[in-house]
Structures are given as C-alpha cells and as structure tokens.
Design a protein around this ligand. Sequence first.
Ligand code: CMP
Length: 139
Amino acid sequence: ATTRTFSIIKPDATRRNLTGAVTAKLEEAGLRVVASKRIRMTKEQAEGFYAVHKERPFFNDLVSFMISGPVVVQVLEGEDAVAANRKIMGATNPAQADEGTIRKAFAESIEANSVHGSDSAENAEIEIAYFFKPEEIVG
Ligand code: CMP
C-alpha cells in the first residue's frame, strides 16, 4: 500500500551541500517528497525527537550534532515507504551499509550518517506530527 515515512537530511549532509543528491536517491528509490522544510532544530526539539535514546551513551553527542547545522525534514510517500526508505538509507553504521545506499555513498560516521528514517509506521506517524502540520503535507 502507499504509505508515508519521515526523513531527516542531517547536518553533515546539508553542510556538504548534499540535499539534492540525497533527495535524488530517495526519489530514485520510488519515494515522493510530499513535504519538505529546512530548519535549525532547537536543543529541546532534538532532545524530544530522540527521547527514546535518552539513556544511551551517545545521546548528548547526538543532540549536539543534530543542532550543529541546518537539517531538512521531509515526509516521503511511496509503496511500503518505511521499508523502502530504510533500504535506500542503508545500515546505521556506514561501514556496514550496502553499496548503492545513501549512507554508503555519503555518511561520515555512525553519528554523522547523513539521514534519519522512521523505523516503523507507528513512529513515522509520531515523527511526521512532531514537525509538520497536516496542511503542510501535499500528496
Ligand atoms: P538515527 O536513525 O537518526 O537514530 C539515532 C541516531 O543515533 C542514529 O541514527 C545515529 O546517527 C546516532 N548514533 C550515534 N552513535 C550511535 C551508536 N553507537 N549506535 C547507534 N546510533 C548511534
């Protein structure tokens, strides 16, 4: 079925002017950008977004990284969008990412890994609502 997922182009990618290159890979994978905005996340926004990782040793570094530069938050639509997006992103650790994936092509490290994508349909809904009003999404 046609579904939606949530994506972030992270500061390491916007810094290197890779917004278009990352988006092209998403589009080539059959995903359609139905909402997009470039923002600077606040510390509070980043902490709230990553609240599930609060107890992890990398949490503070992750939050600092995510507010270190602009990000592009996007809603992607497509056939089985969560899975399609996770496939084109590749593994969290770029050293383990498959050839042809966004992280294999662009990621600098496990932290500066160029993109975020929702890990389930349930989280996609929560994450989309965290950044977008319904009227900002144009399918
Ligand atoms: P993301 O999909 O945005 O969700 C949590 C992020 O934490 C993850 O991508 C990585 O960028 C970041 N991260 C940093 N260090 C680690 C780590 N050791 N294990 C997993 N994720 C990490």
